[in-house]
Design a protein around this ligand. Structure first.
Ligand SMILES: Cc1cc2nc3c(=O)[nH]c(=O)nc-3n(C[C@H](O)[C@H](O)[C@H](O)COP(=O)(O)OP(=O)(O)OC[C@H]3O[C@@H](n4cnc5c(N)ncnc54)[C@H](O)[C@@H]3O)c2cc1C
Length: 465
């Protein structure tokens, strides 16, 4: 390894790193992909998107089986913890093997070990130095923990939760972002009593306010308690229980501490960048609260050094954002000129039940920008398909009043994480509801929610007033 030289050296084989490596090699560059973990894939494949969605699929099957009499089928489900873990493992293994084969087929050199940035153009892996034309930092993120919380067997983050050591009968989830909501939903489906505590004024705090309300409403119906505007005072593990003490400001401003006891506490208060002790600042790469500072081309402050994915100071931490950033950087290194990523146009997805998805501006953001907006809320109750699935949901479309251009779409309900892709095209292509209303959505499908909202915005609602 020592003395080797590559056009591109990528540090970290997660979503951002491997997509940069794949695209760079496709563009004819010699590439080394350095990974300190045992397998390729990073958070998304090994500890994030894929294993959590496998868990949520198991939960969905259980929920469906347990309510099967609604469809005239008599059945009840029993949890098989080993089976849930085996399904997750099979799914992850298949995708990791696929990725490993693809990386090999593209002629990328995978280097095993912990990389340190020595200087622009120089990286060392466990002490051996490699030369690089360009370097892509893609070292990702890890769970953030509040400084006063000590992790243990019953106070865990998502990493440990994926081991499913036991099926808990009660859980307190701290944090109501995507990860907190997904695990709350999962544990509830497995039968646990679940309480979600959020510091900000509402759950799903980054979503449109109506989406937050809808998730809280459906969660309540499912028996999940949510509390927002809460500040955590302490989390203590003792024997077979955890005590979570918190204050919740009521309208009068008084804040008496309360304590919740549960079998487990999941801390899901966000992710922090992996950037310390890797030589970044010493090599001239500026950090911002630990994130690698990048400009709109994803270049860092050091020449020939780029950053992508969760470690970069860009606004969204999603696998699909990391993919896009990795591809952009590889293309720029190859001398192409892809446009900067428009982060408002990226779809945001949360896979709890009900699912939450959105793209474009929230109502609040559109109003702040001085847009004169028209809002259309379409309830899934009017959809044949939703009735057959026995699900409810809502699609809220924010359009400009005069030309009916779609500025934002916010959905809560079944399969909205898939449905949002149509809305993603509408907002990014600056479509007008007048044009979209002429296009025909297949029946009976959930996609009719968007079709009906467009008809309503165009002044000719079909199944609504
Ligand atoms: C529980 C959970 C659920 C999620 N669900 C979704 C979802 O449904 N959809 C979605 O879009 N996103 C989801 N995400 C977010 C998504 O996983 C991340 O945004 C994405 O994986 C970021 O990719 P990355 O390449 O930046 O970092 P990572 O995937 O974290 O990869 C970084 C890699 O760098 C390696 N590395 C670090 N330091 C070094 C070093 N010094 N030398 C060599 N290698 C190093 C690490 O081992 C790791 O493999 C989820 C995240 C979590 C935690």
């Amino acid at each position: 390894l020592a003395g080797k030289s590559y056009d591109v050296v990528v540090i970290g084989a997660g979503t951002g790193g491997y997509s940069a490596a794949l695209r760079a090699s496709q563009l004819g560059r010699s590439v080394a992909l350095i990974e300190r973990g045992e397998r390729l894939g990073g958070t998304c494949l090994l500890r994030g998107c894929i294993p959590t969605k496998a868990f949520l699929r198991s939960a969905e099957v259980l929920d469906t089986v347990n309510s099967s009499k609604d469809w005239g089928i008599q059945a009840t489900g029993t949890i098989d913890r080993d089976g849930i873990l085996a399904f997750k493992k099979r799914t992850v293994d298949k995708l990791v093997n696929g990725l490993t084969g693809l990386v090999k087929a593209r002629g990328i050199d995978v280097v095993s070990g912990r990389a340190v940035l020595d200087a622009p153009g120089r990286v060392s892996v466990d002490g051996e130095e490699i030369a690089a034309g360009d370097i892509v930092i893609a070292t990702g993120s890890r769970p953030r923990v509040l400084p006063f919380i000590e992790l243990g067997d019953r106070v865990i983050t998502s990493d440990r939760a994926l081991e499913l050591d036991s099926v808990p009968s009660s859980v307190v989830v701290i944090g109501a972002g995507a990860i907190g909501l997904e695990f709350a939903s999962f544990y509830r489906s497995l039968g646990a009593a679940v309480t979600v505590l959020e510091a900000l004024p509402r759950i799903a705090p980054l979503e449109d306010e109506d989406s937050s309300k809808e998730v809280a409403r459906v969660f309540k119906k499912r028996g999940i308690k949510t509390m927002a505007g809460v500040s955590i005072a302490s989390v203590t593990e003792s024997g077979d229980a955890v005590g979570v003490t918190f204050r919740s400001e009521d309208a009068s401003g008084s804040a008496e501490p309360e304590t919740l006891a549960a079998e487990m506490c999941l801390v899901a208060v966000g992710r922090e960048p992996v950037s310390d002790g890797l030589g970044y600042e010493e090599a001239g790469v500026r950090l911002e609260r630990g994130f690698v500072k990048v400009d709109e081309t994803l270049a860092t402050s050091a020449p020939g050094v780029w950053a992508v994915g969760d470690v970069a100071s860009t606004p969204l931490q999603f696998a699909h954002v990391a993919f896009a950033e990795g591809i952009c950087v590889a293309e720029r290194i190859a001398g192409m000129d892809p446009p900067p990523i428009d982060y408002t146009g990226v779809a945001r997805v949360t896979f709890c039940s009900p699912e939450v998805a959105s793209v474009g501006l929230t109502e609040e953001q559109a109003t702040e920008r001085g847009e004169d907006v028209e809002i259309e809320r379409y309830s899934f109750q009017g959809l044949g398909k939703a009735n057959i699935l026995r699900e409810t949901g809502v699609a809220k479309v924010i359009a400009r009043k005069d030309d009916k251009q779609v500025l934002g779409v916010h959905m809560v309900g079944p399969h909205v994480t898939d449905l949002i892709s149509e809305a993603m095209l509408l907002t990014n292509w600056e479509a007008s509801a007048f044009d979209v209303a002429r296009l025909i959505h297949p029946h009976p499908t959930l996609s009719e929610s968007i079709g009906e909202a467009m008809l309503a915005l165009a002044g000719k609602p079909l199944h609504t007033q």
